[in-house]
Design a protein around this ligand. Sequence first.
Ligand code: ATP
Length: 355
Amino acid sequence: MSHVSVRQLLKNFDGKPPTVAVDHLDLEIEDGEFLVLLGPSGCGKTTTLRCLAGLEQPVGGTISLGDQVVFDADRGLNLTPDKRFIGMVFQSYALWPHMSVRKNIAYPLKSRKMTQELRGGRVEETAALVDCERLLDRLPAELSGGQQQRVALARGLVARPDLVLFDEPLSNLDARLRDQVRAELHDLHQRNPFTAVFVTHDQSEALALGTRMAIMNAGRIVQIGTPREVFEEPVDEYVAGFTGMSNRLSCEYVDGRWYALGTELIGAEPRAAAGTSEFVLRLRPEKVRLIGDASGLRAGEAGIAVNVDDVEFGGLHLDVMLSSTAPDSRRRELHARVSTYDRSRAPRTVERGDR
Ligand code: ATP
């Protein structure tokens, strides 16, 4: 049995027009899984999380945590947040400003009257887990953003709840700190697996943290799988675009061969259904290999002639915007991303205006 089970969850908001924020959503989460909900702004991630927490009243469906049904629309059952054994970590940290770090972390134990854990050193143990045991006597105002976020994390985990919910907890941190806390969170989950739902609109966060990730669109889950599955095998255009497959190549099947931009596709025939003569190939910018001229082609390869329209320096990579000079002369754009250091993929410095 799944640890968390969501069936046909439905949540509307009144308004003009009314919004279906969560649209008959089904979700099963196994014990110890770190599930990431990924999707653009407004797709229903936070509302789903809030329904799990009991902070929203859904209009349909069921939610079970372990063997406890916490919401059932048909039975008119909706347990309040305090009756659900859930930890929450918010974007805004939401620490009590007048309480010390120790008291903040201890709060879920106190409110649940978990006196044994309080006396048994659970607060100190959890603080040590997230590396903030030296901060226990400080007030939140005396902490940096990263330290506050660690305290919020400790508070979410201290009671060892059935489920920990994260609502974009890293988005207020600067880029370096975000990477650091993300790595620590990943390490923490690897060492002490807990069941989690983590909401983000940041693809790299989802790929790095999720044991599985679910891509949401308009209140529904359009794909769920391991980060590698979703990244490598997106089920549709929406997921492909969202996971960075930004190039679209129209391919045509003529006399038993596939062509794109006037060039025969050798060794990369699209997986089109039999009998199809047109196909749109999705291509990640990182998969485009740039060569100076035809002499750089390997045996059995064919190249597409392009102009370099623009080059953006991205530190570790160059983003190269290309347009095809295919014989039919319809201008079509491609995006290549090449490593700044990998000379085999960018044989020389690429410059705007190169061909
Ligand atoms: P973001 O990444 O911007 O937080 P999200 O994916 O978490 O977005 P939700 O906040 O769940 O999206 O919102 C889903 C939809 O429900 C949106 O269309 C939003 O405008 C609407 N919505 C959310 N909360 C309310 C509310 N309290 N009243 C009315 N509509 C709401």
